[in-house]
Design a protein around this ligand. Structure first.
Ligand code: HSE
Length: 375
């Protein structure tokens, strides 16, 4: 396999290093904005040098973001090249174009590193689908949020101080909003659910609530009540109806999720024969992410294409009712949903997930966290 590598940042450099000793996979050209010389590959500033090189059969995209990543990926597929990407935003937003195009051109597209970094989550979903149906996927999919919530819980710190640490350690971006507002988790949930269920979810109907409004006092209250707060994603299918959402969620202190430390991920599926399977590991970082990019290249060499056939577009109906911890604005609607007080905050009666998120959109300074479902 001869690779044109798009991007030489954290992950790109990792891919270059991990493929260098291999005989079966070679990075031959690297698209990079910086001036750079590499011993084993030609560096270019012009994507056309890769696109028009007929000896390159596979493009590895690790630039991130939607543009120009999508234009490059689309052009590569149209030119008959396989694509491996770690870009969850791209796969989530362009799912409906990406797969039909790859099918029409007869090329392979894989994106295992886009969800869960070094965890073999999407490639295992592919195996699970061969033998059973999946009714639920989700979990802790963002290392930055888990690091922040874990530090606040264990060390009794304020959000802003922990966020600064996360930035120093390189977990959070300088502009951390994609992580802390739940958008990164939202992308990963969409990719996971589409593959798990073999459909294409209506992404506009999937809400995401983040963690940026959580305080030390919220965390202290959760501790007193026996809960740990995590940013969780969930997608389910029941009797043909799909639900999907991302939100801070309280888990019982004894739950597996409560024990997930630092910047780790824990992603779970519910299969109809295997039952619950959970996948734990490093959801980000140079070598874990580059590892799964290389695994995808090996899979393509073994003849594997995408994880599932392209499925139909389906609506999302978030009519499930959950109880929520809500701190912040208290308008008439919220007061009418109140079941009990937890200090300054209220805990609601069971309310529809879509209604709670619609309220949060109108009250963006509030903080919400769902209580465990059995309560
Ligand atoms: N910013 C992401 C995280 C990186 O913190 O999990 C991996 O997608």
């Amino acid at each position: 396999m001869r690779i044109g590598l798009l991007g030489f940042g954290t992950v790109g450099k990792g891919v270059y290093e991990l493929t260098a000793p291999r005989n079966d996979i070679q990075v031959v050209k690297v698209l990079c904005r910086r001036e750079l010389t590499l011993p084993d590959a030609q560096v270019t500033h012009d994507f056309n040098d890769i696109l028009n090189d007929d000896t390159i059969d596979t493009v590895v995209e690790v630039i991130g973001g939607l543009h120009p990543a999508w234009e490059y990926v689309k052009a590569a597929i149209e030119a008959g090249k396989n694509v491996v990407t770690a870009n969850k935003a791209l796969v989530a937003h362009y799912y409906d174009e990406l797969l039909p195009l790859a099918n029409a051109k007869g090329v392979s597209v894989r994106c295992t590193a886009s969800v869960g970094g070094g965890i073999g989550w999407l490639s295992e979903l592919e195996r699970v689908r061969r033998c059973e149906t999946v009714s639920r996927v989700g979990g802790i999919m963002n290392g930055t949020c888990n690091y922040i919530l874990d530090s606040m819980t264990r060390l009794d710190l304020e959000y802003a101080d922990v966020l600064r640490n996360a930035q120093v350690l390189g977990y959070a971006e300088a502009d951390p909003s994609t992580d802390v507002d739940g958008i990164d988790t939202w992308h990963k949930l969409i990719v996971s659910a589409n593959i798990a269920f073999g459909i294409s979810l209506d992404i506009d109907a999937i809400p995401a609530a983040g963690i940026s409004k959580i305080t030390r006092d919220d965390v202290a209250m959760f501790r007193r009540k026996g809960y740990t707060c995590k940013l969780m994603s969930a997608a389910q299918v029941a009797e043909g109806f799909y639900s999907a959402y991302v939100q801070p969620t309280l888990v019982e202190n004894g739950a597996l999720e409560a024990a997930v430390p630092m910047n780790y991920n824990l992603i779970t599926l519910q299969g109809n024969t295997s039952g619950r399977q959970s996948f734990f590991g490093q959801g980000a970082g140079r070598y874990p992410t580059a590892y799964n990019v290389v695994q995808d290249c090996v899979d393509i060499l073994a003849g594997r294409g995408f994880y599932c056939p392209y499925g139909v577009k389906v609506a999302v109906l978030n009519d499930k009712r959950l109880r929520y911890y809500v701190r912040g604005a208290k308008d008439a609607w919220l007061q009418s949903q109140k079941q009990e007080s937890w200090g300054e905050a209220i805990v609601t009666k069971p309310v529809r997930v879509d209604e709670m998120h619609a309220w949060l959109k109108k009250n963006p300074d509030a903080f919400i966290a769902a209580l465990p479902e059995k309560n």
